[in-house]
Design a protein around this ligand. Structure first.
Ligand code: DX5
Ligand code: ZN
Length: 534
């Protein structure tokens, strides 16, 4: 029997995003089916738990009590639906079991029960701690971290705590003790969503200045955006470097993140959506979009500054156009420049290779630590493309294929579809930023999206060329979910404003799509009432 040991391997950025999206979808299905549960916390902690189980922790779904495993203590037990969904997607039990959430006789109760092989029908594999009554988990983590250290073991302990939970005095007793024992093998993660059961934390029991409190308790403190997987990965890696004290990662999160009417809304702390809303909520979760500024656009050549301003402006990924002057009538930069730019941001790098013979140089883009590498279908044969995807996948990089406006989807691509994370459809002839969008590409994009979904494609359609706020809704409706924007961002003079406007247009298109769906299943009025505050 092959025992799967997950040793913190480098999961592809887009695959990690997709898995975390599946966690939210599974959790909301379970909560709606049960008619009760906590969507707010399940969603605010989704990226935190997802990165731990799908990317960072050493653990084994087949051997939940594996001796060398890292420990995850979920001290905010009410986030159980999100936690269970993460365990299910990680392979601890069949995702279909989520339908029994909170049902009589199910092991997936409202708050997790610590796993024991003697009671497999009452306890959930992968659960190290019976949560529910808050404020206790950090103390338990200290015991485990101390025992591991006494036994000379390298296992690490990760503990998820809440900001409402931080009202509990025991949290601060534990904070003192962990620093006293210099537990560098302990990492606490604060799900700082600023909402607790009956309102906003700063109204009920102010926690700020949060950073100063934990520093004063002699903890190593790292503050991050808690839905940004790259920042979570970076913070967990930095926490591993601390040698003489425990680390706390203060993750600025959003309660109910992912569903607009649940976002930052205390009402959805512990309330279930009506069952009939489920298909629409799943559509909303599936429709997460990424804005990717293209740094070759605009006047100045200062790529470093362009990347920084895109990150400040709220971009999701950075689009890098590599041109060799042969495949396209222009040349920009290559992997050497990307290597110099890599340290500037944790944002994912989306490398768009408009070069001949990409296989010959693919290792350079792997070494440059790109997160997505897309090659043109016009520049490689099926076997070369196969070799390229193999190399990228084995290095945890998302492979993509790009099509010029006049290029149709090659038939040889279908056997490779499960290895492809991105299909990039050019809406201008490649070579320059600032060109006009070719409207005929819309119907092509719609047909390709349809055909790919029919063949089980789970990846993203990326739209590239002439994208701006005037055309974005139609491109969204044609199936794109990654939007490259060069001139629309760097030609605007207000990068932040431009990104906000593009995201606004995405939201308008999304709301229209969800309302159509609500209409189709006869719940238009109820849906409009639910969404009226967003
Ligand atoms: C064109 C490039 C695009 C371009 C986008 O060959 O692939 O990424 O830079 O810039 P805009 O959005 O201005 O067309
Ligand atoms: Zn491009």
């Amino acid at each position: 029997m092959v025992v799967m040991l997950i040793m913190g391997f480098k999961m592809r950025y887009l695959d990690l995003k997709r898995k975390i999206c599946s966690v939210r979808m599974l959790a909301i299905q379970g909560i709606a089916e049960a008619g009760s549960g906590h969507p707010g916390a399940s969603f605010s902690a989704a990226e935190l738990m997802g990165v731990l189980y799908f990317r960072k922790m050493n653990h084994s779904p087949e051997k939940p009590d594996w001796n060398e495993r890292d420990y995850f203590i979920n001290s905010k037990g009410h986030s159980a639906p999100g936690f269970y969904a993460t365990l299910a997607i990680a392979g601890y039990f069949p995702p279909s079991e989520m339908k029994t959430l909170r049902k009589l006789g199910s092991r997936l109760q409202g708050h997790p029960v610590r796993y024991t092989p003697y009671e497999i029908h009452q306890s959930v594999p992968g659960t190290e701690f019976s949560g529910g009554s808050e404020g206790i988990g950090l103390s338990v983590s200290i015991g485990i971290a101390l025992a591991n250290r006494l036994d000379g073991k390298k296992n690490r302990v990760y503990t998820l705590i809440g900001d409402g939970e931080s009202n509990e005095g025991q949290i601060w007793e534990a904070a003192m003790a962990a620093a006293k024992f210099k537990l560098h093998n302990l990492v606490a993660i604060l799900d700082r969503n600023r909402i607790q059961q009956d309102g906003f934390t700063e109204d009920i029991m102010p926690l700020d200045p949060t950073r100063d409190k934990w520093s004063a308790f002699n903890w190593n403190v790292i503050e991050i955006a808690g839905h940004n997987v790259e920042q979570i990965i970076d913070a967990l890696n930095k926490a591993s470097e601390a040698k003489d004290r425990p680390t706390i990662i203060i993750a600025k999160t959003v309660k109910g993140n992912g569903i607009k009417h649940m976002t930052n809304n205390p009402q959805w702390h512990g309330k279930a959506p009506p069952r009939e809303h489920t298909p629409i909520l799943l559509e909303e979760l599936r429709s997460e979009c990424l804005i990717a500024p293209s740094i070759i656009a605009g006047q100045q050549e200062n790529y470093e500054e362009k990347i920084r301003s895109a990150e400040r402006g709220g971009a999701d990924i950075i689009h890098l156009d590599i041109m060799d002057g042969r495949f396209v009538p222009n040349s920009t930069f290559n992997s050497d420049i990307i290597k110099q730019l890599r340290h500037i941001t944790t944002l994912p790098f989306d490398a768009h290779l408009m070069i001949e013979n990409p296989l010959a140089v693919i290792q350079d883009y792997i070494d440059a630590r790109c997160d997505i590498v897309t090659v043109h279908a016009e520049t490689c044969s099926e076997s070369e493309f196969g070799q390229i995807t193999d190399r990228l996948l084995s290095n945890g990089i998302s492979p993509g294929i790009a099509l010029n406006p006049s290029t149709e989807l090659p038939n040889w691509l279908f056997p490779h579809l499960r290895d492809v994370d991105v299909v990039l459809i050019m809406s201008v002839n490649p070579g320059f930023a600032g060109q006009k969008f070719i409207p005929e590409v819309l119907s092509k994009m719609r047909l390709i999206n349809q055909k790919l979904r029919e063949h089980g494609f789970l990846g993203y359609i990326e739209a590239d060329g002439g994208i701006d706020a005037t055309i974005l809704q139609e491109v969204y409706e044609a199936g794109a979910r990654i939007f490259v924007a060069g001139n629309a961002v760097y030609g605007s003079g207000d990068i932040h404003g431009a990104i906000i406007q593009l995201r606004y247009k995405v939201n308008v298109a999304l709301e229209r799509k969800l309302l159509e769906q609500a209409n189709a299943i006869g719940i238009r009025r109820d849906w409009l009432k639910t969404r009226k505050h967003i």
